[in-house]
Design a protein around this ligand. Structure first.
Ligand SMILES: [Zn+2]
Ligand SMILES: [Zn+2]
Length: 332
C-alpha cells in the first residue's frame, strides 16, 4: 500500500473542474443577468460547455437546492475524515421539510454524482486522464504490483491507457462521494475489483491519503525454516493492527502468495543457492569502485526503488526491499 502524499496540484486542477461541472448541472450556466453558476474564469471549458441537468434526469428541485456553492466545494475537496459528516448533514436536510423518504436520498445522489458525474463526466477519457496525469502515480496504490502508467498520444486520438479509480468509500453505498477527490484512489483493475464490494472505515483501516505511514505499517516476510515451501508472509509494525487489517481486506496475502515461488524464491536463491551470500556480493561487488548510491544499486540489480516515496515508480519495490533486507539480515 502506498501513501499518495499531498497532491495539491491535482486537487486544485481536479476540484475546479468537478465543482464547475456539478454546479452547472444543478444551477445552470450564469448568463448576462440570469441566476446560475459561473466560476468567473472566462477560459473555463466546463462553464462554457456544460448544460443544466435535464429534468429527465429525474432530480428533485428540493434535492438540487441542497447544494450551495460552498457545500459543493466541501463535497469535492474535504479530507476523508470529514466526508461522512457532510453526508449526514446533507441527508438530514434532505429529509427535513417534507419528511422525504431517506431511501430516495441515495437514489438522487446516484443520478447526479454517479451516473451523470462519475460515469459520464469523469470517465469520459479526458477528466480521468487529467487527474491521473496530475497524480503521477505509476503503480497501483493498493498492491504496488501492477503498473498504472497514464499514456495519451498527441492529439488524444488512438490507443491510450489510464489507471482505474477505486472509491475508498464505495460509490454504491456512498453515491454522494463518487466525485470527491480524496475518495478516488488510482489503482489496478484487480484491486479495484476486490475493493468494490468491501466497506472500509477510517477507525479500522488505513487510507492512502491520510496515513503517511501506510507502507511501513507492515513488512513483507517469510519463514526461513520452511524453504521447501517458501511463502510470502506479513509482519505487523503497528500496535493497533490497522495496517495488517487493511491489507487483508485488500486480499494482499492471497495476491502476494502468488509470488512465493517466483520473486520470493528468486531472491532466496540469490542469497543461498549458488554461494555463501551472493546477494551481499552482488551489492558489494557488481559496480566495483564506482561511486554508485544504494538507491541506484537496488534499481539496477533488483529493478526497484529503495525510498518509500518512490516505491510507486517500480512495481514490487516494497515487497523486494523488505525481503532483501531480511535476507541480508539472516546471518547463517
Ligand atoms: Zn468554470
Ligand atoms: Zn493493485
Amino acid at each position: 500500500m502506498l501513501y499518495l502524499g499531498e497532491q495539491n496540484t491535482a486537487l486544485v486542477n481536479y476540484s475546479k473542474k468537478a465543482i464547475c461541472f456539478l454546479s452547472i448541472r444543478i444551477h445552470g450556466r450564469k448568463k448576462a443577468r440570469s441566476l446560475g453558476y459561473s466560476c468567473n474564469d472566462s477560459d473555463c471549458v466546463g462553464c462554457g460547455s456544460i448544460k443544466k441537468a435535464d429534468i429527465r434526469l429525474g432530480l428533485e428541485k428540493h434535492f438540487l437546492n441542497l447544494f450551495t456553492n460552498e457545500r459543493m466545494s466541501l463535497i469535492i475537496t474535504s479530507k476523508p475524515d470529514k466526508l461522512l459528516d457532510i453526508i449526514k448533514e446533507v441527508r438530514r436536510e434532505y429529509a427535513q421539510p417534507s419528511k422525504k423518504e431517506d431511501t430516495k436520498f441515495n437514489e438522487q445522489c446516484k443520478k447526479l454524482f454517479v451516473l451523470s458525474g462519475y460515469n459520464n463526466w469523469f470517465q469520459n477519457g479526458v477528466n480521468n486522464y487529467r487527474l491521473a496525469e496530475d497524480l503521477n502515480i505509476h503503480s497501483c496504490s493498493y498492491c504496488n504490483r501492477e503498473y498504472t502508467i497514464t499514456y495519451r498520444p498527441d492529439g488524444h486520438k488512438g490507443k491510450a491507457m489510464v489507471p482505474q479509480f477505486d472509491h475508498w468509500f464505495p460509490k454504491k453505498e456512498y453515491p454522494l462521494l463518487a466525485l470527491s477527490f480524496y475518495n478516488l484512489i488510482p489503482s489496478c483493475a484487480t484491486c479495484n475489483g476486490i475493493k468494490s464490494s468491501i466497506e472500509m472505515n477510517l477507525d479500522d483501516h488505513m487510507h492512502p491519503y491520510i496515513d503517511s505511514d501506510i507502507s511501513s505499517s507492515y513488512s513483507f516476510d517469510f519463514d526461513p525454516n520452511s524453504v521447501d515451501e517458501l511463502r510470502v508472509e506479513f509482519l505487523d509494525n503497528r500496535s493497533d493492527g490497522k495496517g495488517i487489517r487493511t491489507l487483508k481486506e485488500l486480499n494482499l496475502p492471497m495476491i502476494y502468495h502468488g509470488h512465493s515461488d517466483k520473486e520470493l524464491k528468486d531472491l532466496y536463491d540469490l542469497r543461498y543457492k549458488y554461494s555463501d551470500n551472493y546477494l551481499q556480493a552482488l551489492l558489494d561487488n557488481t559496480f566495483g569502485a564506482l561511486p554508485i548510491s544504494n538507491e541506484e544499486k537496488y534499481k539496477l540489480i533488483f529493478g526497484i526503488e529503495l525510498e518509500e516515496k518512490n516505491y510507486h515508480k517500480r512495481i514490487m519495490s516494497k515487497f523486494k526491499s523488505d525481503i532483501v533486507k531480511k535476507l541480508l539480515y539472516i546471518k547463517d
